[in-house]
Design a protein around this ligand. Structure first.
Ligand code: AP5
Length: 224
């Protein structure tokens, strides 16, 4: 069977990070989130983190050249050689084309792009209740996916906080940026027969079942 090179995408708050925890334990594939990588750089105060922070705080996209370089290095790491799940990359047509170029230089290709589809009103509801573990970034929602103890991560007992870019005006800009700059990628992958749509309005467990079913079908198609 050939490798699975998957892209998970959708609007902010669609549930990509929530599915990450589940998919990591379901499949032996690295889950590569450019948002998490950038937040790590901000936390460590690297040059990239300092440059990226102003864009992230405003809900704007970090410039393509910085992101493409960071993603290209990560995709060539040893653990990504047998496949990967990308979250939050590509996010512009330019990034999509650069990803194709990089993979074709490595004699690889995107297997499928999975769109977790959620309307804007639901995004706002979800993001306003999101809480994130300060230590390892596990996601919760105060109503839809609460921790067992309020304000404490179930997995490692760390504090749960609200993300800086989850303020209402920043969320509105992130949605605007998604519609303007990221949605054109849907057509890009549709035209290539790679787009698979997932109804993201269902429960986290249902969304996970759907994603697993799509991946199982991709593996079967590959075996035929
Ligand atoms: P990034 O971290 O990628 O943020 P995002 O795409 O905006 O996505 P989120 O992390 O906000 O949402 P999510 O889909 O993971 O939802 P979650 O699972 O938490 O990017 C941040 C910033 O980095 C960008 O704004 C940009 O500046 C920069 N950046 C990153 N990549 C870049 C790139 N390629 N190019 C340029 N810039 C880039 O779920 C949300 C909430 O809903 C949670 O509380 C959760 O518990 C709840 N929830 C989840 N699923 C469900 C469900 N099914 N039902 C009910 N509630 C649910």
């Amino acid at each position: 069977m050939s490798e699975l090179n998957l892209i998970l995408f959708g609007p902010p708050g669609a549930g990509k990070g929530t599915q990450a925890d589940r998919l990591r334990s379901d499949f032996r594939l690295p889950f590569i989130s450019t948002g998490d990588m950038l937040r790590e750089n901000v936390k460590e105060g690297t040059e990239l983190g300092k440059e990226a922070q102003k864009y992230m705080d405003a809900g704007d996209l970090v410039p393509d050249d910085l992101i493409v370089k960071m993603a290209a290095e990560r995709l060539q790491a040893p653990d990504a050689q047998d496949g990967f799940i990308l979250d939050g990359f590509p996010r512009t047509l330019e990034q999509g084309k650069e990803l194709d170029k990089l993979l074709s230089q490595l004699a690889r290709r995107v297997t499928a792009a999975l769109l977790i589809d959620v309307p804007d009103e639901e995004v706002v509801r979800r993001i306003s209740g999101r809480r994130v573990c300060v230590k390892s970034g596990h996601n919760y929602h105060v109503d839809f996916d609460p921790p067992k103890r309020e304000g404490i991560c179930d997995q490692d007992g760390s504090r749960l906080v609200q993300r800086d870019d989850d303020k209402p005006d920043v969320v509105q800009n992130r949605l605007h940026v998604y519609h303007e700059q990221t949605e054109p990628l849907i057509e890009y992958y549709d035209e290539r027969g790679l787009m698979r749509r997932i109804d993201g309005t269902r429960s986290p467990a249902d969304v996970n079942d759907h994603i697993r079913a799509v991946i199982a079908t991709l593996r079967m198609e590959d075996d035929v």
